[in-house]
Structures are given as C-alpha cells and as structure tokens.
Design a binder for this molecule. Structure first.
Ligand code: URA
Length: 202
C-alpha cells in the first residue's frame, strides 16, 4: 500500500482529532486523554492556561476543576461568556505524581511545553484571535518564549511567537494557593482587571 503522508491538519477539528493520538512527549503515557480547547472556533479572544488538572483529565474538558470554576466566575463578572471565547491550555495532557489515591499536579517542563506548542500553534492559526490571554507563567512561556517570572509582566501586552498580541495575567490556581487573604484579594482584582481589558481589546 502507498504510505499516507501525515499532512498538516487542514481544520481545527482535524487538529483536535490528530491531537487525540499525540505522542510528542511522554505525558501521554500517564494521562487519561488529550484535553483539547473548546469554545468558539473563530473567537476574537483566546485564553491559554497551563495544563489540564485532575478533573479536566478525567472529563476531557478544560477549566472545569476548582481553578476553572474561579476562572469561569471571573469571566462572568467581566461580562465574557465562555462560548464566545477559545479556552485552551499550553500543555494538553495532565502531568502529575501519584500520592496514595490522589494525583498531585506537577508543573510541566519547558521541553513538554515546547513539544505541545505544535498544537497551540495550530489553534492560533485556525482560530486567529485578535488577542490571547496568557494565564500564568507556563502559558506566557508557551506563547512568547520568555520564561521569566510573570510578577513583573502581568497586565502588560507582549508579542507572541505567532506574531499576535499576548496579555499576561495570573493563573487562577495561583490565586487559590496564596495563603494571605489580602494577597488573594489583590491578585483576584488584578485578574478581573485583565479580563476586562481583554474583553475591551479583543
Ligand atoms: N484547568 C485547566 O484546564 N487548565 C489550567 O491551567 C488549570 C486548570
């Protein structure tokens, strides 16, 4: 039989199907499934998180666990409906270490983020958002190639590797981990302000 050339996916749907079989890094060996993006295929605003968590890995959908619920609540307050956006992650397989019956989230390495840029690049190419919001350091690195801490970058717009504007903000899980209520309230206010700006600029 003639070998079938594995071509570039020609649609967002074809890319999603192709990503289900992804073996570009080793995270596919332990994750339950690929968690692709969801929302409006020609959204003006794309949101990029870090990676699926425990809940997302089991359900196969992004942003449905505790951090996702905080994000969805903040989106609602900013007047943004998830169905009008493209919601995705820098890395599409859950990375964890088993701890008894629990699966503890692990931050993806730069090599895993770089391997998964293939898919993020396809999402950007097909959705063609006017603005992309990077949620946290992993997303900011995936989108811009700059791995420096985001504390000094948040609220700013940078140029992404794809050539489009990227607004940098906190990851919602970062807010949930802040021990001081006053720090948490401040970071939540900043996330809220960044979502409002993202809505205005997209
Ligand atoms: N859930 C996701 O889908 N992505 C994140 O980055 C965090 C939680």
């Amino acid at each position: 039989a003639m070998p079938v050339a594995e071509g570039l996916p020609e649609t967002l749907e074809a890319a999603a199907r192709s990503a289900e079989q992804c073996q570009r890094c080793r995270l596919c060996e332990t994750a339950s499934q690929t968690v692709w993006g969801e929302g409006k295929a020609d959204a003006a605003l794309m949101l990029v998180g870090e990676q699926p968590g425990d809940h997302e890995d089991l359900a196969g959908r992004p942003f449905i666990g505790p951090a996702g619920l905080l994000l969805r609540d903040s989106l609602h307050q900013a007047g943004l409906a998830p169905g009008q956006l493209w919601l995705t992650n820098a890395v599409k397989h859950f990375k964890f270490i088993p701890r008894g019956r629990q699966r503890l989230h692990q931050t993806p390495q730069s090599g895993e983020i770089a391997a998964c840029r293939w898919w993020l690049g396809l999402e950007l190419a097909f959705v063609r958002p006017r603005l992309t919001l990077a949620l946290g350091a992993s997303a900011a690195f995936a989108l811009t190639g700059d791995a420096s801490p985001i504390s000094a970058r948040r609220g700013g717009i940078e140029t992404g590797l794809h050539g489009g504007p990227v607004l940098i903000t906190w990851h919602p899980a970062h807010l949930l981990r802040l021990p001081e209520p006053t720090d948490q309230a401040k970071a939540l206010q900043e996330l809220q302000a960044d979502l409002l700006q993202a809505g205005r600029d997209s």
